[in-house]
Write a protein that binds this ligand. Structure first.
Ligand code: BGC
Length: 898
């Protein structure tokens, strides 16, 4: 029987992407096999300029022939040079271990963008005059500041003819802050809040839209341009755009339409629009047919040419509306306002359905919380007005949703609705970067499932072309601390390579000449240089994560040099190995406050210095730079010595002083050095004991950590053989803990451990404490990549507390990985799936004395000895706690029998 054809074909990690702007894109796919120990002998990739050629198995651009497989099912394109703005079709087949060839995969395609930066020669245009409005809530750093002046949305239009049938018609566009592209009266594509946020002076993103099927003889392109972050308070002038329409006819001729001063502009119904502010849309001003051919635009202004920015393609999943939430309940207040509850905190907006007299003004305010009396609690929004206003046109049903704003909310207050507002008058629209799900996790413990669920909502709410801190107040910035603390959980749950590749490039571009990085990327808050090292650790941490989870050397190559410069910068700011000058936030938001009073900021700064140097040593090894790897390893040793010399006492690190004579052990200070194995061997037991004293005796199995300590403490306890203590902390239902948040009706994770409802730093939807989800995958399900790109999968589950089963599934770059275990009547079972070409290291926990291990019914191990040899399974070792097997690819069913 021939093997199954490859599936999940991806180009640059994306499904049939548009706008590929590298000449050697990464092509990848997944193969599956029922045969154990199967390995691909080879792959064969065809890349063609036409679908018919590919159908006839002709790869006129690339025909690799059967090439030997080496590791991941992926290849970098090395065929004929690709052209800009062209579509390519490709497919792949593979040979299994026995040399049997699979059928070809289904075809996939990609469209190139501009492969040489000079290929576009864009003209940027703006409105000659912009009407302005003043909004509250676009102030910097979330502190009340001056009101911001922003432009009312500008409507642009241009007509163009299309003489012959188009073989490929593409619109490439960058419209800053955000644009909506329309063609012949329809919105093009499904992306919203395009393009993604960047530091525009360094790089603006263009999006690529395929409009081949939408062209007629006469066409009109219409663009609505909103503010986004392209406003004065961020140092930018009025919104602007560049657009290029590229049509290749079936007879091979090319026609290009550029944005230029012949395009027309006008105001329109979308009057006010601000990211934090909301929108004001006056449907009475609706300009019928403005985005259709034949519209009389003589009264419109001509566009003005203006300065623009360097461009790069937006090669990541766009922001989209991914779900529609029905109203859970509507309540009328004595004031007449209606309060809508969507039952879930999320990022996005609402869709309004309304019918009533012209000029009726419906006002929607958004918030995460209600006051006791049922009114909206606007506290967590701080300076974000988060108000959308719709003014009816009248004369029939009207449906409207905003474009250039978003809110973080669960509740909406509606006023001014004509008639009785029913549940159907509003739908919730969930808006975020539409990353592909790649992981699933389910356990027998409903609390853990609920925490996991809250983390998924919180993570997606905080992916808005950059990883944000929160979606509701006037911040929503790429705070690097929040970004790296949630990154591991994100790569387990979603396919993040393209998203983070873009974000790492944002970080690289934000680096100053002296090597320093900011706390926030893109650096929209310019005062935030240099970063707290615990925040800028995002750079090294995310590069390493991508290396482990995607095994893509290009990413390491692209950032290694900048990471070195960053480490040199830290080195210049270290005082005999200790970083005293750079720390600001440290172990942020511990129980009881925002600022860490228990853990010294110098300790966390220096620890992250060591942490990042160790990462660099690993990356140097990955790149074959052995001498540099040794050099960084030596540097790490010297930081370690300085760290221990400064912060280590007889039995513990940096104890908490509670009175002139009393001290308490500190969870974060002890956990961090244990995590990096920095503790001298003769003091390790004491430090662990000190940590446990805090966890067990002082805090009764509760966290006493801020966001940094929280990321590592459960791992440290697990490695120290105290996984049960970690489990108790993870599943606490009293304060402080994740379960406490759930007990208090949260549907996402909070910024603080406390339940706070005032106007302060108390976001109900922060993701930084979501780091626990990585522990669920790695420790409860037991899954981690032992070799980069999941070439070797480790399955080391922990049977803890009241758990009776855990199931996890991942779509990795190596292929599908499964691990599910359950307690059975007579023992324990563990089902494992290892991808074709990969190997596994399976740890079967020895839960009962005298138990034996079987695999698919065959006795494998008993009392310290391998019994029947089973092909593709090798005994790798055992101790009193577990038996370890090395396995080839395929599915396995291990059982432990009492
Ligand atoms: C953000 C945090 C961020 C912090 C830095 C806050 O305002 O919301 O999540 O990391 O500032 O101190």
């Amino acid at each position: 029987m021939s093997p199954r054809p490859p599936a999940r074909l991806r180009c640059q990690y994306l499904n049939d992407p548009l706008g590929v702007d590298t000449g050697s894109p990464r092509l990848s796919w997944a193969v599956e096999s029922l045969v154990r120990g199967d390995r691909p002998k080879g792959f064969h990739v065809l890349v063609s300029s036409a679908e018919e050629l590919l159908r006839s198995d002709i790869g006129d651009f690339w025909d690799t022939g059967m090439i030997e497989a080496d590791g991941a099912p992926a290849l970098e394109y090395r065929g004929e040079p690709l052209s800009s703005c062209a579509r390519y079709f490709w497919k792949v087949r593979w040979w299994d271990r026995e040399g049997r060839v699979s059928p070809w995969s289904k075809p996939a395609s990609f469209v190139t963008g501009f492969l040489n930066p000079g290929d576009w020669k864009p003209k940027w245009i703006a409105a000659r005059r912009v009407t302005e409005f003043r909004s509250k809530g676009t102030v910097l750093l979330g502190h009340a500041g001056p009101q911001d002046t922003q432009a009312c949305a500008v409507y642009f239009r241009q007509e163009f003819a299309c003489k012959d049938r188009a073989a490929l018609a593409m619109i490439f566009i960058s419209g800053l802050g955000h644009y909506e592209l329309r063609l012949n009266g329809e919105k093009v594509g499904t992306s919203v809040l395009d393009p993604g946020w960047t530091d525009y002076g360094k790089k603006a993103l263009y999006a690529s839209h395929d409009v081949t099927g939408l062209l007629r003889d006469k066409n009109a392109v219409g663009i609505i341009l909103g503010n986004g972050r392209h406003t004065r308070s961020y140092g930018y002038d009025a919104p602007r755009l560049t657009c290029r329409i590229e049509i290749e006819s079936e007879n091979g001729e090319r026609e290009v339409v550029f944005s230029d001063e012949s395009w027309r502009t006008s105001d329109g119904p979308l009057q006010e629009n601000g990211l934090y502010f909301g929108e004001r849309y006056d449907a009475r001003i609706l300009i019928d047919g403005w985005d259709q051919p034949g519209f009389d635009d003589r009264t419109w202004d001509k566009a003005a040419l203006c300065a623009g920015y360097p461009l790069a393609s937006q090669m990541m999943p766009p922001v989209r509306v991914t779900a529609t939430l029905a109203t859970r309940s509507v309540r009328r207040l004595p004031s007449g306002a209606a309060i809508y509850d969507f039952g879930q905190n999320f990022s996005g907006w609402t869709r309004l359905k309304v019918e009533g007299p012209m000029g009726t003004e419906v006002r929607l305010r958004h918030s995460e919380l209600l006051n006791e009396d049922g009114t909206l609690n606007l506290g967590p929004n701080e300076n974000a007005e988060a108000t959308d206003i719709y003014i009816l046109r009248g004369g029939g049903p009207e449906v409207h949703e905003p474009r250039f704003t978003y809110h973080g909310f669960r509740y909406v207050e509606m006023t001014g609705y004509p008639g009785e507002p029913g549940p159907d008058a509003l739908d919730g629209r969930f808006v975020h970067s539409d990353v592909e799900p790649s992981g699933e996790l389910c356990t027998s413990n409903e609390l853990i499932n609920a925490i996991h669920g809250n983390i998924l909502w919180g993570q997606l709410s905080n992916l808005m072309s950059i990883p944000t801190d929160c979606p509701q107040r006037d911040e929503r910035h790429g705070w690097l601390g929040d970004a790296h603390l949630s990154a591991e959980e994100a790569v387990f749950n979603f396919s993040m390579a393209a998203f983070y590749a873009k974000f790492l490039d944002d970080i690289r571009l934000a680096q100053k000449d002296d090597g320093s990085l900011p706390d926030v990327v893109p650096p929209y808050l310019p005062r935030l240089y240099p970063a707290d090292p615990a925040w800028s650790s995002a750079y090294a941490t995310i590069v390493e994560l991508l290396w482990d989870h995607y095994g893509d050397r290009r990413i390491v190559d692209a950032h290694y040099g900048s990471l070195k410069r960053y480490i040199e910068y830290l080195g210049r700011n270290a005082d005999q190995g200790i970083i005293r000058a750079l720390g600001k936030y440290g172990d942020w938001c511990p129980p009881g406050g925002i600022v860490p009073k228990k853990t010294p900021v110098d300790l966390t700064s220096t620890w992250y210095y060591c942490h990042d140097v160790l990462i660099l040593a690993r990356l140097a090894t990955a790149l074959g730079r052995a001498e540099e790897a040794r050099q960084y390893a030596r540097l790490a040793e010297s930081i370690k010595a300085a760290f221990n010399g400064t912060f280590l006492g007889e039995t513990q690190y940096a104890a908490i002083r509670v009175s002139p004579v009393d001290t308490y052990p500190n969870q974060t200070s002890n956990a961090l050095p244990l995590y990096l194995d920095m503790v001298p061997a003769d003091r390790k037991d004491k430090v662990v004991a000190s940590l446990l004293q805090s966890v067990v005796r002082q805090q009764d199995y509760h966290v006493d950590t801020g966001i940094l300590g929280t990321r590592y403490i459960l791992d440290v306890l697990t490695e120290a053989g105290e996984a049960e203590a970690a489990y108790r902390m993870a599943t606490q239902t009293s304060y402080p803990g994740w379960g406490y948040m759930l007990a208090e009706d949260s549907t996402t994770l909070w910024e603080r451990w406390e339940k706070l409802t005032g106007c302060a730093m108390n976001s109900q939807n922060h993701i930084m404490l979501g780091s626990i989800d990585g522990w669920f995958y790695r420790v409860l399900a037991g899954l981690s990549p032992l070799l980069p790109g999941w070439k070797t999968v480790r399955v080391r589950p922990h049977v803890l507390g009241d758990l009776t089963f855990v199931e996890a599934r991942l779509d990795t770059v190596a292929g599908r990985v499964d691990a599910s275990w359950r307690l059975t009547d007579d023992g324990f079972s563990l089902e494992v799936l290892i991808p074709v070409g990969a190997t596994g290291e399976v740890h079967v926990p020895l839960l009962w004395p005298g138990s034996k291990v079987l695999e698919s019914g065959k006795l494998l191990w008993r009392a310290g000895h391998a019994v029947d040899p089973v092909p593709e399974i090798d005994l790798a070792g055992d101790d009193r706690k577990r038996v370890v097997f090395k396995v080839g690819s395929g599915s396995y069913m291990f059982e432990l029998k009492k």
